[in-house]
Design a protein. Structure first.
Length: 83
């Protein structure tokens, strides 16, 4: 599953774009240098390790928008818990 993480600290917004079909993401959390997603089925998925500069940008964000794509079409978007 492809995922793109976009941090816009000037807007305090973190966006996560990923391909459907995939389990729905309920929340996003930072743990050290890792960024993790809590999925609708209760599992936790490590999205990846953040570089120092990306981690600083992500830490400046206060909201997270998850965008689900099917090819070049947005099929869903929503704000999720972010900590």
């Amino acid at each position: 599953m492809a995922m793109d993480l976009i941090a816009r600290p000037s807007d305090k917004c973190l966006s996560l774009v990923y391909d459907a079909p995939a389990p729905s993401i309920n929340s996003i959390a930072i743990s050290g240098a890792d960024i993790r997603a809590s999925l609708e089925d209760g599992t936790v998925m490590v999205i990846g390790e953040l570089t120092d500069s990306m981690r600083l940008d992500v830490e400046r964000c206060s909201i997270c928008i998850v965008i689900e794509m099917n090819g070049d079409t947005v099929v869903a978007s929503r704000q999720v818990d972010f900590r």
